[in-house]
Design a protein around this ligand. Structure first.
Ligand code: NOJ
Length: 719
């Protein structure tokens, strides 16, 4: 990036001032005044409000060159107003809603002086034990790409720089343990983990953050081939790359840098432009340049990028941001309520939901029924807690307090103390329905908050079992930061709503859904039956011995399965509890008349996939129509299915609509044997359906060779 302003500044800057631009510091109160005045800081992290304005004023008015600061903060799923965790937002399959939520977050953050957020997190995650799955968009590359791009647009449209993180592969932490090493085969890295970042770059993301992870021996923060090579070289990313918190000096602990000076050189040479929190650039870059270990051109390039981001954000002209007007209180409540509604996934409904407004007494039970802070989830530094409405509050508002009896049953979801059970059971017996709010508190997910077991913590399962035994129907509302192993919940509960951590307005949104607002969320991750199945994801390879679909289920605990040499477990079903993309409505949808615009797709062409969707139930509802594709024979093995497009469609009872999904030939690219991206002619199968394990099917041919085109109904893939 080169503009006159940047060229001029660069020509005037001392080496110390240049290095200063590459340093991000977390102040303790106002202890950085002198450094900011001296031009020794390019960015501050975690300063908001008056402190942010104070430091910005110092930088602009009292430093020699008046270069404004980037003021960074983790605005992950809202600022004051908290939206569902990103995993919940992914469940909405609603990129426009995600974009609008990000725009609201940006306006609120900008009003507090923040001009840079460390979001979206684009790590594809196949292991729900990893605590940061809450911050992700789940297991699918296309979903993460679309949601990430939407978030980038939402933030940056309101003047807040986005930061796509963590480049790259951090979500593949082995064992689901945060910061653990990652070992991703190069082809998978290209086809699964990198595309969401490329989509963010194409969407204009101004910044990227490198990960903490060791990626096959080369930590992401020292990975020249990926940062300088792929990101900056291939994708022509011209924004700035920041390290993660002390991830540069951690290169020494990884054991690939001799000391901090070596770590600084490696990171800068790899293409990391700014150092977060640690001080290796500040302490060692000058010497590294003097010794020739780092050419000055690398420093100049990094400084240009930092200044370029500041310029594109408009900070030279409007260092305190442009006045955009506050978010109205009404909008600030409605938007998170709608997003929370769309993020909840109905997993089971045995003739119970929606509840009738005229219902008599409702027992609201469970440690998460009135746990405002927990329903917000992780990363909510700036949340306005006074505006959080719990499930209990939502139901009381809706039904009137006299019809609602609240008994938590357990003091916290991790508790094993069953003293509260008696009162809870008493309330259940006296009620027409139990709304049981169970799951995980906010402290069970997020950075460094991983779990080895992903079932209900504490005595919650026992509470559910005993409540169900009263005979009063139980709706289980599961609030959590990750997919849980819910096999034990599905059977005893008459209805199950997966609500994730739904944010400020989660309570009213859940009340809306229980009383008739149509649920429309779909799973952004496969739900396993048990932790032993992990990693379990829909877009796996077929193997030479796929599980035999005819073999009966093997119940848990069965010691030996004599039924053959297939890719299964002896003691667990190989299938998920619920597949990716799954979610119920209060109505039923019929899929018919699948038609392709052509049985043959040209290499630069687009296939239009049409079908008739009809609401055959008695209530309005929203379906998320999903398009999956399988490459039937490639020069390398290909996944059994990959999501290629989706669309939310709302239909009144009896209404039908012609739905059109789109597949560009380019979406069929993959990384070939030689490591290059190829578009390989041949036969493909597609499905249009409600989730990854169902749908109408047809075949088409990608032109350039292969057999004659033909569209046909085909049997389901072996999974
Ligand atoms: C560490 C986390 O990994 C990263 O996601 C976050 O943005 C930074 N800390 C700053 O808080």
């Amino acid at each position: 990036m080169s503009t006159r302003r940047i060229d001029t500044l660069l020509a005037e800057m001392t080496l110390a001032e240049k290095i200063g631009q590459l340093c991000q510091v977390q102040p303790e109160g106002r202890d950085q005044d002198d450094r900011v005045r001296a031009g020794g800081v390019g960015s501050l992290i975690n300063v908001v409000g008056d402190d942010a304005r104070h430091y910005q004023r110092l930088a602009v008015e009292e430093s020699r060159l008046g270069i404004p600061l980037l003021l960074g903060r983790d605005v992950i799923h809202g600022f004051a107003t908290i939206f569902p965790i990103p995993l919940g937002q992914a469940a909405s399959f609603d990129p426009a809603g995600v974009r609008d939520a990000a725009a609201t977050a940006a306006r609120e953050a900008a009003a507090a002086g923040v001009n840079w957020t460390f979001s979206p997190m684009l790590d594809v995650v196949r292991d729900p034990r990893w605590g940061r799955v809450a911050e992700s968009f789940g297991e699918d590359t296309l979903l993460a790409s679309r949601m990430g791009a939407a978030m980038v647009q939402g933030y940056q449209g309101e003047g807040l720089a986005a930061c796509a993180k963590h480049f790259v592969g951090y979500g593949a932490a082995q064992g689901g343990r945060d910061y653990a090493e990652t070992a991703i085969p190069p082809r998978q890295l290209r086809d699964v983990y990198l595309p969401p970042f490329e989509a963010a770059v194409r969407a204009g993301a101004l910044t990227l953050m490198t990960g903490f992870n060791d990626l096959d021996g080369i930590p992401a923060t020292a990975n020249e081939a990926l940062v300088r090579g792929v990101l900056k070289g291939e994708w022509l990313f011209d924004g700035l790359v920041v390290s993660d918190w002390t991830s540069i000096t951690e290169l020494v602990i990884h054991g690939c840098a001799a000391d901090d000076a070596d770590a600084a050189c490696q990171a800068l040479l790899a293409g990391v432009d700014m150092e977060m929190a640690s001080r290796s650039y500040r302490d060692h870059l000058e010497q590294a340049i003097a010794s020739g270990a780092v050419p000055i051109a690398y420093v100049d390039d990094a400084v240009r990028r930092v200044l370029g981001v500041k310029e594109r954000l408009g900070l030279f002209d409007h260092p305190f941001g442009r006045l955009r007007g506050p978010v109205s209180a009404a909008a600030a409540d409605l938007q998170p309520r709608q997003m929370a509604q769309r993020s909840c996934v109905l997993l089971k409904n045995e003739d119970l939901l929606p509840l009738n407004e005229g219902i008599g007494r409702v027992a609201v039970i469970g440690p998460l029924a009135d746990a405002g802070a927990d329903q917000l989830g992780c990363w909510v530094f700036d949340a306005d807690h006074a505006r959080t409405h719990s499930v209990l509050a939502g139901l009381r508002e809706r039904l009137g307090a006299h019809r609602v009896r609240f008994e938590p049953g357990l003091d916290s979801c991790r508790s094993h103390d069953e003293q509260g059970f008696a009162a809870a059971l008493d309330a259940a017996r006296a009620a027409d329905v139990v709304v049981l709010c169970i799951g995980e508190d906010a402290g069970l997910s997020g950075e460094a908050h991983c779990r080895a077991y992903i079932d209900l913590p504490g005595a919650q399962q026992r509470l559910l079992d005993q409540l169900a035994a009263t005979g009063t129907p139980v709706v289980a509302v599961v609030l959590s930061g990750r997919p849980l192993a819910l096999a034990g919940v599905i059977d005893p509960a008459r209805a199950v709503l997966m609500a994730w951590h739904p944010g400020s307005m989660g309570g009213p949104a859940i009340a809306d859904l229980l009383f008739g607002e149509p649920p429309s969320g779909r799973l952004p991750m496969t739900l396993p039956r048990s932790v032993g199945q992990i990693p379990l994801y829909y877009n796996h390879k077929n193997t030479g011995r796929p599980p035999n679909p005819d073999s009966p289920r093997v119940p848990s605990g069965t010691p030996l399965d004599p039924r053959g040499f297939f890719s299964t477990y002896l003691d667990e079903d190989h299938r998920p509890l619920f597949p990716f993309g799954f979610g119920m409505s209060y109505t039923q949808f019929d899929y018919a008349d699948l038609a392709l615009s052509s049985p043959r797709l040209e290499p630069k062409g687009t296939l239009h996939v049409r079908m008739a969707l009809r609401n055959v139930g008695a209530r309005a509802g929203t379906e998320v129509v999903q398009l999956y594709v399988q490459d039937l024979c490639g020069s390398v093995t290909r996944p059994v299915k990959e999501l290629k497009d989706f669309q939310r469609v709302t239909l009144q009872p009896g209404e039908s609509r012609l739905v059109e999904l789109v597949l560009a030939a380019d979406q069929l690219r993959f990384t070939g044997r030689d490591g290059l991206s190829i578009l390989e002619p041949g036969r493909f199968r597609l499905w249009v359906g409600p989730h990854a394990q169902a749908g109408l099917s047809a075949e088409f041919e990608l032109a350039g060779g292969g057999t004659a085109p033909q569209a046909s109904a085909v049997p389901p893939a072996l999974e």
